[in-house]
Design a protein around this ligand. Structure first.
Ligand code: ARG
Length: 262
């Protein structure tokens, strides 16, 4: 009986490795055979990915289109909430996570990252006139964040009371309707969303100058996708070195901070 069980188990493991299920990742030739690169994105993160008349646009979408041109494939965009992006990549449902994803040691345990292409930080957003004027004032306060983000883990480990929302727009709404005292979100997205909000409302939001972290953005792939990571890195490094990445930030009126020299 034990023997049969062991045989069945071995056969199942062989089948898994042959069908590419489990954690075998996506290879460059898989992608080239399919003719497309399937990306997972949460398009609520301007200027990196946002919806414009139902179309996903932004710095990372432009960048991925250029990378796809180098790989000789087309871009297939799958939309979801941010907290589904990394799990979907990890299980091989999507080839690449493209979502303003910060590289962290925690995430590196579960996925592969490409080289970073920019640096970002977490920012604090409050209503104008708030008593909160710096990070130190957040102690004992309730903070809105997006679920599954580095803002969420940072605020939780800092001991703030954290209200998490699946969509960034709902985190912003929690602030503007007074449900929370502050909203913590990546700096460039904060700048973009606050600018739009302030143009449309009498009450105003303010971004505090106290940046809280430094976070490199990169694209995430399933473990086992090493040669696809290498191919994307070759394209990405070229686009950073020749100034294309900086010009994409300029196109979306965002300041560019290059990743640290490796
Ligand atoms: N950079 C942060 C992180 O990696 C936030 C990313 C949120 N992205 C999004 N498309 N909503 O956790």
């Amino acid at each position: 009986m034990k023997k049969i069980f062991a045989l069945v188990l071995a056969a199942m493991m062989l089948a898994l490795s042959l069908t590419g299920c489990g954690s075998s990742g996506t290879s460059l030739s898989d992608v080239q055979k399919a003719g497309k690169l399937v990306i997972a994105t949460s398009p609520d993160f301007p200027p990196f990915e946002a919806l414009d008349n139902n179309e996903v646009v932004g710095i990372e979408i432009d960048l991925l289109n250029l990378i796809c041109a180098d790989l000789g494939v087309t871009l297939d965009i799958q939309q979801m909430d941010f907290d589904s992006v990394l799990p979907g990549v990890q299980t091989g449902k999507y080839d690449v996570g493209v979502s303003g994803i910060s590289v962290t040691p925690e995430r590196e345990k579960n996925v592969l990252f490409t080289n970073p292409y920019c640096l970002a930080a977490q920012a604090i957003v409050v209503p104008e006139g708030s008593a909160i004027t710096s990070k130190a004032d957040l102690d004992g306060k309730t903070v809105a964040v997006q679920t599954g983000t580095t803002a969420e883990s940072y605020c939780m480990s800092s001991g703030y009371t954290v209200n998490s929302y699946a969509a960034n727009s709902d985190a912003q709404l929690a602030l503007t309707t007074g449900k929370v005292d502050a909203w913590v979100i990546d700096d460039l997205t904060a700048a973009d969303m606050v600018k739009v909000y302030n143009a449309e409302h009498d009450d105003q939001l303010v971004i505090l100058s106290d940046a809280m972290t430094t976070e490199p953005y990169a694209f995430a792939l399933a473990k086992g996708s090493e040669d696809l990571v290498d191919a994307i890195n070759a394209s990405l490094d070229k686009l950073i070195a020749d100034g294309t990445v900086a010009s994409l930030f300029e196109k979306y009126a965002a300041p560019y901070t290059a990743p640290e020299a490796k």
